[in-house]
Design a protein around this ligand. Structure first.
Ligand SMILES: [Zn+2]
Length: 150
């Protein structure tokens, strides 16, 4: 049985939530798409708009997840996420629980966007206590706090 279902999200449009209790470290859903090279992603301007769905797999490839069949693309970003994206044995990507998750809790992970890529275009509405207001990877959020003088 699938551990997730599609919901109307409080964070952003649609999202996924747990359809049952999920234990820490469970693989919940695979993030599927089309493997393309960084070179192609950089050169082909259409990918410039798809940053939300691009996953860096390694030095050579990124995964373009902007496809209807990729249900995992609906998962929202949160500044206090309950999931993380983990690479599997065949460099596939699994959205995996990083803590125990209760049934009906929305599933979220850190999109990992860099501070340098126009972070102001990506507003975060996750409502976590530690929300910085923008979708930026955890390691770079101090830079936003600093610039906003929080
Ligand atoms: Zn947030």
């Amino acid at each position: 049985m699938k551990a997730y279902k599609i919901i109307k999200s409080n964070i952003h449009r649609k999202g996924l939530c747990a359809s049952r209790d999920i234990k820490k470290d469970e693989r919940i859903i695979e993030y599927v798409g089309k493997k393309i090279t960084h070179k192609k992603a950089d050169e082909d301007t259409k990918y410039g708009y798809k940053i939300t769905y691009l996953f860096t797999l390694n030095k050579k490839y990124v995964l373009d997840g902007d496809f209807k069949f990729n249900t995992a693309r609906l998962i929202n970003h949160s500044c206090n996420p309950n999931c993380e994206a983990i690479e599997g044995e065949k460099s596939e990507i699994w959205i995996t629980s990083k803590k125990n998750i209760k049934k009906n809790e929305e599933l979220t992970y850190d999109y990992g966007f860099s501070y340098d890529c126009n972070y102001k275009d990506y507003i975060c509405k996750c409502r976590s206590k530690n929300c910085v207001g923008y979708i930026v990877r955890e390691g770079s959020r101090w830079r936003i706090k600093k610039s906003a003088n929080i």
